[in-house]
Write a protein of this length. Structure first.
Length: 202
């Protein structure tokens, strides 16, 4: 690892020393497929309204190339999130991609809007032991969800959360959670959000 402590922009009076960094990353985002079923206003890609920007990132990763990346990373056993600019449940052959990761001993975590989570897919997540699934919920009312995510289907997302909870039962995996990115449009629902979900998920 290169020692940056003597570079011109480092103040020697601070006694800065570089942290040890592994040769391979401990966490990775891999965009197996850049697809999304929402147009969240805050999203720099899908919510931009810029068709050229969307077209520049839309696509599906070649399966053989994806497996080669995983093979190169296997020794590090990283945590991988199988999406970056899109909705992971829309990944082509999602089960195959998750199987590829889990069979290599890789930790799999994902954030999803949950709108396309079926009973069968929830059961698969439990059986293959996906490590964590977090649902982007953003509030407790239709109005707030629509303001933040551009869709008012809060009951459908909540149903997906409970669907995965039922499928998991008393097993440890996947860890299930909800997320709320606090901002002007939903800050007024922060306490209600915590009250709704605290102690219910793990």
């Amino acid at each position: 690892m290169r020692d940056w402590s003597n570079t011109p922009w480092v103040d020697p009076s601070l006694g800065w020393k570089p942290r040890s960094v592994s040769e391979l990353p401990e966490r990775m985002l891999i965009d197996f497929a850049t697809k999304c079923n929402l147009r969240c206003p805050m999203c720099t890609v899908w919510g931009s309204g810029d068709d050229d920007a969307i077209d520049s990132v839309r696509g599906v990763m070649d399966v053989d190339k994806a497996r080669r990346v995983l093979d190169e990373m296997t020794s590090a056993k990283p945590l991988i999130q199988p999406s970056m600019y899109g909705e992971p449940l829309l990944i082509s052959d999602l089960r195959g991609r998750i199987t590829d990761m889990k069979s290599r001993g890789i930790t799999v975590a994902m954030n999803t809007n949950g709108l396309t989570l079926t009973d069968d897919l929830a059961k698969f997540f439990v059986e293959i032991e996906v490590d964590s699934v977090f649902f982007s919920l953003e509030g407790v009312t239709r109005t707030t969800l629509e303001k933040i995510r551009g869709v008012n289907k809060i009951e459908k997302i909540e149903s997906a959360i409970f669907r995965l909870m039922r499928a998991r039962g008393d097993r440890e995996k996947p860890r299930i959670g909800v997320t709320m990115v606090k901002q002007a449009g939903n800050a007024h629902e922060e306490e209600a959000f915590v009250a709704r979900w605290a102690g219910l998920l793990y």
